[in-house]
Design a protein around this ligand. Structure first.
Ligand SMILES: CC(C)(COP(=O)(O)OP(=O)(O)OC[C@H]1O[C@@H](n2cnc3c(N)ncnc32)[C@H](O)[C@@H]1OP(=O)(O)O)[C@@H](O)C(=O)NCCC(=O)NCCS
Length: 176
């Protein structure tokens, strides 16, 4: 499996996944404090089998737009761009999580900076957006720290674990 490095900022690096990531993905992703902020496609519980299935999908992805985040040489989380189709093909949705032991070290902030550059200058996108649950203050903060602007609130747009939430939409465009 590829180990191509997409970018590096100090202690934070983003790279393609490899099969040795499975155990650490399962260890960090199996956490309701992470899954409760993400779509239902993100499993909870997150088993090693789920991690292996995920890595098999990643191996086939072409072009690759989902990456592992490393902090000081250790796998610490995932970050992705999901480019749109048809008339939305110059836009992408960003997604990310950091394993709880690595929170509040600036890792998401640096990783977002790296993937935004990859999106604008390698994928030639013009816009990157993110929709977050209204309660996710840490995610709002890392987007704002990277120059994303709040564009609006989609009232009652998201349902998670039986509760309906407002979605806050953030975006950055290349000329920002
Ligand atoms: C959101 C997340 C990616 C942040 O990762 P991180 O590496 O800890 O982020 P950073 O250290 O770069 O920055 C965190 C910022 O949020 C702030 N923050 C953390 N928890 C917060 C909270 N509960 N309320 C308000 N701000 C908070 C920190 O103080 C920091 O801001 P600062 O630099 O101004 O002090 C991580 O918490 C996570 O993976 N959460 C679960 C998954 C998720 O929410 N993914 C995003 C879905 S849209």
């Amino acid at each position: 499996m590829g180990r191509r490095i997409i970018g590096k900022n100090g202690d934070v690096l983003i790279r393609e996944f490899n099969s040795e990531d499975a155990a650490q993905i399962a260890a960090l992703a199996n956490n309701r404090k992470i899954s409760r902020n993400l779509t239902d496609a993100f499993p909870n519980p997150y088993t090693i089998e789920e991690a292996r299935k995920f890595l098999a999908r990643m191996e086939k992805q072409d072009p690759k737009t989902w990456f592992a985040i490393e902090y000081q040489g250790k796998y610490a989380g995932n970050i992705s761009l999901a480019p749109g189709k048809d008339i939305y093909r110059k836009s992408a949705e960003i997604g990310y999580f950091i394993g709880e032991p690595f929170w509040n070290k600036g890792i998401a902030t640096q990783a977002i900076n790296l993937i935004v550059d990859f999106g604008f200058y390698t994928l030639d996108l013009v816009r990157i957006h993110c929709g977050i649950f209204s309660f996710n203050a840490a995610s709002a903060r890392v987007l704002e720290k990277n120059g994303f602007n709040q564009e609006g609130v989609f009232r009652k747009a998201m349902m998670k674990e039986g509760t309906v939430y407002d979605e806050i939409r953030f975006a950055i465009v290349k000329e920002d």
